[in-house]
Design a protein around this ligand. Structure first.
Ligand code: ZN
Length: 290
């Protein structure tokens, strides 16, 4: 993947939170308690991934992600983020709309997100609709390789493009519909909707890759091997695979992000078509049938 000639986004800020904050609210699965939705990259909290294993499972990975320097990885994130902005600026213009730029908020260990509360990096990357920011601890790039077996810069880019995909949903009103639907649904029913939302974010990530491949926006060049690397990431973080790997069993009712096959399918569909009208993962109108 080539990206070094690209401009770095100016829509980037940095800031971390020290101390406990409101962390007690965030026990496993308790995210919904505060009534603010944040959109994650996977359905499994990466901090749980060492649980259930044996041996030195409390070890922390403190190395610089991907073996690069911290500043290199920051630069990478800023360039990719700018790449998504250029593509979505253009696509929104095509739709006769204006793309409100999201902000990329880089942090280390923990952050007090304006609209989504105190969150630790164990949660993984997420998008907060209330403040329209993508929150990313760059150490997640390392976790992708170490814990999720998804190495490569294209896998990192996929993470960023997926979270930006949630921003697209926010701008297009999908997130608001989801939040509304959530009020009157069982957890199982909501999980099903969540899967559709997450698959659509994967689709949008694929759409972004399509236009990078086509036009090398912001001097980013995505090659065939990069698509394979992104698809591998999509495979590795499928709900079924993660549950099998870390819980030893698969329970479809608790899927929130989709299976490996679904995540690969929708990323690839976005990549192949580049047509945002084909990203209707909600085709059965579940959102309108509430
Ligand atoms: Zn997501």
């Amino acid at each position: 993947m080539q990206w070094r000639g690209g401009n770095e986004s100016n829509d980037v800020e940095e800031g971390s939170s020290r101390g406990g904050g409101r962390g007690m609210l965030f026990g496993g699965g308790a995210l919904g308690l505060i009534g603010v939705v944040i959109y994650l990259f996977t359905g499994i909290n990466p901090s749980q991934l060492f649980n259930g294993g044996s041996g030195n499972n409390s070890q922390q990975i403190n190395t610089v992600p991907g073996g690069g320097t911290e500043s290199e990885n920051k630069k990478f994130a800023r360039v990719i983020f700018q790449g998504t902005t250029v593509v979505w600026d253009s696509l929104f213009r095509t739709m006769g709309q204006t793309y409100t730029h999201p902000v990329l908020h880089l942090y280390t260990d923990a952050v007090d997100a304006e609209g989504c509360g105190y969150t630790t990096s164990a949660t993984g990357p997420f998008y907060c609709p209330a403040d329209q920011k993508v929150y990313l601890d760059l150490s997640f790039f390392d976790e992708l390789e170490q814990k999720f077996s998804a190495p490569g810069e294209a896998a990192w880019a996929y993470v960023i493009a997926h979270e930006v995909g949630h921003h697209i949903q926010n701008l297009l009103g999908v997130s608001a519909k989801m939040d509304q639907a959530r009020q009157s649904m069982s957890e199982t029913a909501y999980n099903k909707l969540s899967v559709k939302l997450e698959l659509q974010a994967d689709f949008y990530a694929g759409v972004w890759a399509h236009y990078e491949n086509l036009s090398h926006h912001n001097n980013i060049v995505i090659e065939r091997a990069d698509i394979d690397s992104a698809l591998n990431a999509a495979h590795q973080i499928g709900d079924d695979r993660l549950q099998q790997k870390y819980q030893g069993r698969v329970s479809p009712d608790s899927f929130t992000h989709g299976t490996s096959a679904q995540r690969m399918y929708w990323f690839r569909k976005g990549y192949d078509t580049g047509d945002i009208r084909q990203g209707d993962t909600f085709a059965n109108n579940e959102l309108d049938d509430q």
